[in-house]
Design a protein around this ligand. Sequence first.
Ligand SMILES: [Zn+2]
Length: 86
Amino acid sequence: MVSAAELDERHERVRRRRGPYRRGAVIDKELLEILACPVCKTTVVEREERLVCTQCGRRYPIRDGIPVMLVDEAEPGNAGAKPSGG
Ligand SMILES: [Zn+2]
């Protein structure tokens, strides 16, 4: 037999565990740390539901919560910009 108070406590624990991606972050922080831009091997940061390389600025899409770390799928970043003049 389990008391009502004990059940309440269990529900509370389950509730806390649920919905880790409630606001902002889509990608797990631990996962972000092991992900890297395939071009520069540099850290990526999450921005507007995309992973942005801190080096070249390529933007990798996130599909169904899964980051697509493919150069072909990425939107080009700042590195492609040619310096004007000179
Ligand atoms: Zn890069």
